[in-house]
Design a protein around this ligand. Sequence first.
Ligand code: ADP
Length: 524
Amino acid sequence: MPSALAHAPRPIHKVLIANRGEIAWRILRTAREMGIETVAVFSEADRMAPHVRHADWAFPIGPAPSSASYLRGESLIRLALEQGCQAIHPGYGFLSENAAFAKAVEEAGLVLVGPSSRSMEAMGNKVAAKQAVAGYEIPLVPGTDHPVSDPVQAAEIAQAIGFPLLIKAAAGGGGKGMRIVNRLEELHESLHLAISEASNAFGDGAVFLEKYIANPRHIEIQLMADDYGHTVYLFERECSIQRRHQKLVEEAPSSCLDTDLRKAMGEAAVRVAQACGYRNAGTVEFLLDQDNRFYFLEMNTRLQVEHPVTECITGLDLVRLQFEMAAGLPLTLHQEDLRINGHSIELRICAEDPRNQFLPDLGKLIRFQPPQGPGVRLDSGYEEGMDIPVHYDPLLAKLIVHAPNRLAAIARMKRALDEFELAGPATTLDFGRWVMEQSAFVEGRFDTGFIAQYFRGAESLDTPLPPWESTASESPLSLSEEIAIATAVLQHQSFSQGHPSTPVQSQSNPAPGASDAWQRLWNP
Ligand code: ADP
C-alpha cells in the first residue's frame, strides 16, 4: 500500500520508531494504517517484545541499558538513513525532547515526527520556557524566571514569594528535581541540595524558585499545529491523580472546567505554541488553583503517555495527525468544529507495588488477559509470558475507557478492571479499582494531593469499603443511585445488600424511580 503521505511536501514512506514498549506498538499501528513502512529497534532486553514482531523490519541496537541502546541518537540516525527512512518518530521519553537529537535528525536530512529543534530548545528548559512566553499573556506561577544559586538572593526572593515554595530544576522532568521548602531556615540547605541533585540527575544544576500552589489540579491542553501558523487545542486532560508528582490516572474532559475556563485555557495554550513557533503535537501543562486561576507550568514537546483519552473524546488519531504535520501537510481542523464526545479515563498499569509506596516490582507476566468489550482500549507493550526488564520505565500498559459521560466511564473502568486477569509482578491495577471507588474521585472533589490524602497502601486495598462509603455523596441520593445503575448496567450484577439505593438488575429493567438517572447516565 502506498504511503498516505506520498505527495506531501516532505513525503514519508518509511519511518524508524526510536522507542520501545506500548508507545512503539501504538505508533506502528497508525503507521501501518497510513501505509508507512516501519523500522523498529530493540535492545537485548526487548528481543521478544511485540513491537519487534509487528514492525516491517526490526534491528538490534545494543545491550539493555538505555544509554547503550535507545539513547544512542547517532546510531539511530545512521540506521534510519541506511534503511531508507525519511522520518524518525521518537515517541515519548528517551530522545523525544532532546533538542540536540532533533537538530542532528534535521541535519541528516530526516524528518523528526515532532516539533523543530528550535521549539524544543525554547520549551525544553523550564526557565527558558517561562522567558519565552513572556509578553504572550500567559499566567505564570509566581516565582523567578531565571536560575538562582546565591543563598542571599534566594532568601530575598523566597520572602517575596512566601512559604511554602518549591525549588525546581530548570532541566527537570518526570516529576524529578523538585523540593518543597516550608520555612526560611530550610532554604539554604535545600538550595544547596537541589543544585547538586539537579546536576547529578540532569547534568545541569540550574534551579529556580516557585510558589507552592496549595491543592492544585493538574490540567493540560493538547495542541496540534501545522507549518503554516494554524494551531488548534484539542481540549484538556486532567492528570491530578499522581504519585511522586507523576501521573497514574488521567481523564478527559476534566470534571472541574466549564466552557469559559476551557476556552481561556485552550487559547492560552495556543499562545504558548505561538510564542515558540510550534509545529506538531504538544501539550501545555497548567496548575489550576482552588479559585480557578490557572498557571503555566511547562510545555511538553512530544506525544504524551495520556494522549489516548484525547483521542477517545475527539475521535482523532493523534499519531496520524503527527505524521501529517511532520510531512508538511496543512491542518484541516478548525477550532469551532471541534467537539467533546463523552468521557474517557486512562489508568497506567505499572509494574510497581501500591502496597509498598509504588516501588517498582519485577517478574514474569504469568497471566495477562486484558478486558474487552464496548468502549475499552488497551495500549500495551507486553504479552503473557514476558519478563519485565529492570532497565526501563515500569509502565506495562494503559487501560483506557470511553463512555457517554463521566459516571458511565467510571463504571466502565470498574467493569474492565474486574475482567482484567493479570498475575506476576505487583501492579497498579487494584489501586485503579480503589480510585474508581472513592467518593472524592467520583464526585470530582480531588487535587494533586489525592493519593497522599486518602491512600493508605495495603490498608486501603485490602480492606474493602462498604458500598455506602465507597460511593456515597454528601447528601443527594442521586449520585449513588446513578453509580449503582451504571455498575449494574455494565457489570450485570447487583450491589451488596445494605446499599442505600438498592440496585437495578439490568439495563432493560431499571429499578422504580431510577429511569431518569439511567437516562442521564447514558446520555451525554
Ligand atoms: P515535571 O516536568 O517533572 O513533570 P512539572 O513542573 O510538570 O514537573 O510538575 C509536575 C507536578 O508537580 C505537577 O503536576 C504538580 O503536581 C507538581 N507541581 C509542580 N509545580 C508545582 C507548584 N508550583 N505548586 C504545586 N505543585 C506543583
